[in-house]
Design a protein around this ligand. Structure first.
Ligand code: FE2
Ligand code: FE2
Ligand code: FE2
Length: 167
């Protein structure tokens, strides 16, 4: 692919991805407000943006098989844990931005677990099998991620067990 086209397609992928996420967040707020049709509209259009993001991603040649995809996922999580969030954390602390410090802390704690879980999945994929995970629970407050059973309270943010979302 020509360089300018690739660059613009990457920007488009980022924009569509962010629109997808933003609309899902807006849908959750609409639901809290009892505006169920508005929530449905946001969710529907979020899905359309996901389709656009997926098409751009594939056109860029970024979709591989699961072993390649896990490499990409592990690289991304490790980058966040080792470089990105530690650097952002320094700036947030320097500037006394409490909300940012908290959301960075929540993210970095979860990303460490994500990298480890993906590494296990990659090992399984290399052995030609699916990863053997039981139920996975996610804390809806901080994103803490755990396999097996949800803790009584989240070790990162203290959210209670029954709030955890099961996958
Ligand atoms: Fe779009
Ligand atoms: Fe992550
Ligand atoms: Fe949490």
């Amino acid at each position: 692919m020509k360089k300018m086209t690739e660059e613009f397609l990457r920007v488009s992928y980022a924009g569509e991805s962010q629109a997808h996420m933003k609309y899902l967040i807006f849908a959750a707020r609409a639901e809290q407000e009892g505006k169920l049709n508005l929530a449905r509209l946001f969710k529907a259009i979020a899905y359309a943006e996901q389709v656009h993001a997926t098409n751009h991603f594939k056109a860029l040649g970024d979709l591989g098989d699961s072993i390649e995809n896990l490499e990409s996922a592990i690289d991304g999580e490790n980058f966040e844990v080792e470089e990105m969030y530690p650097a952002y954390d320094v700036v947030a602390k320097l500037q006394g931005e409490k909300a940012a410090i908290r959301s960075i802390h929540y993210a970095i704690e979860a990303e460490k677990i994500h990298a480890a879980m993906y590494s296990e999945a990659r090992q399984a994929a290399k052995e030609g099998r699916d990863v053997d995970y039981d139920n996975i629970y996610i804390c809806p407050v901080c994103g803490y991620t755990v396999e097996g059973r949800a803790p009584d309270t989240c070790p990162v943010c203290n959210a209670v067990k029954d709030k955890f979302v099961q996958f």
